[in-house]
Design a protein around this ligand. Structure first.
Ligand code: PRP
Length: 221
């Protein structure tokens, strides 16, 4: 059961690529966590004056913290929301951290059609999305779930393909992988716990308006 601490607004921040842009956006919107840093081992930072609490989670776990009300709101990529399928309220597209969820293979393995890869092994942090994608193309694959450094898998013979996010394309390039299909594009989303959204409506609405105004580059009342 979700219990809501009415004194503080708890904001979950994901480790990884979205961490810094999320902290910067919130600070610009007036929600500062002065000592927050990804390199620190501190996982909870409190801004006593503003009655804000920031928690730092592993990326894939963030929707779980929000669903259960351990955080009132959070910032997380749409890719993670699609994979985790947690019951959270998606409040805004922050238009940060644009990336593409791609299927990629070693350059030397490239085939003319997607179906040419049928029954091969796919390494990914996104097993549900990968399964659904290949299923929608009528292709059966063996999905191997990993937690990171996905590009390593084809280089060491763990899998033939990968499904992973591509931002700049540098990791693919440096590991001689080539994109063969795009599954989704994804940006950072502001999400809320459903109970917190009702119980702390004023505070959450104020924060949403402030970050939306910044992310859309327009003033909003
Ligand atoms: C992500 C992703 C790719 C890389 C893509 O990994 O899984 O490996 O970034 O970025 P690029 O296109 O800009 O090179 P992340 O850095 O989050 O670490 P991980 O591999 O441990 O998940």
């Amino acid at each position: 059961m979700t219990s809501v601490d009415m004194e503080y607004l708890t904001i979950a921040l994901p480790k990884g690529k979205l961490f810094k842009p999320s902290v910067d956006l919130l600070a610009k919107a007036g929600y500062r966590a002065d000592s927050v840093s990804e390199s620190s081992r501190k996982l909870i930072i409190t801004n006593e004056e503003a009655k804000l609490r920031f928690i730092i989670t592993k990326t894939a776990d963030l929707p779980t913290y929000v669903e259960y009300g351990a955080a009132d709101i959070g910032i997380i990529g749409k890719d993670v929301l699609l994979e985790e399928e947690r019951d959270v309220y998606e409040l805004a597209d922050l238009k940060l951290g644009l990336c593409r969820l791609m299927v990629a293979v070693p350059e030397a393995m490239r085939q003319p059609k997607l179906s040419d890869y049928a029954h091969m092994r796919v390494a990914t942090k996104y097993p549900k999305i990968a399964e659904a994608f290949f299923h929608s193309h009528g292709i059966q694959m063996e999905i191997i779930r990993l937690n990171g450094s996905i590009e390593l898998a084809p280089m060491v013979g763990l899998a033939e393909l990968i499904v992973d996010i591509v931002e700049t394309g540098r990791t693919l390039k440096e590991n001689h992988l080539t994109e063969i299909a795009q599954i989704h594009t994804a940006t950072a989303r502001l999400v809320a716990n459903r109970v917190s959204f009702k119980m702390k409506f004023e505070r959450i609405h104020a924060l949403v308006s402030a970050v939306k105004a910044l992310s859309e580059g327009v003033g909003e009342a």
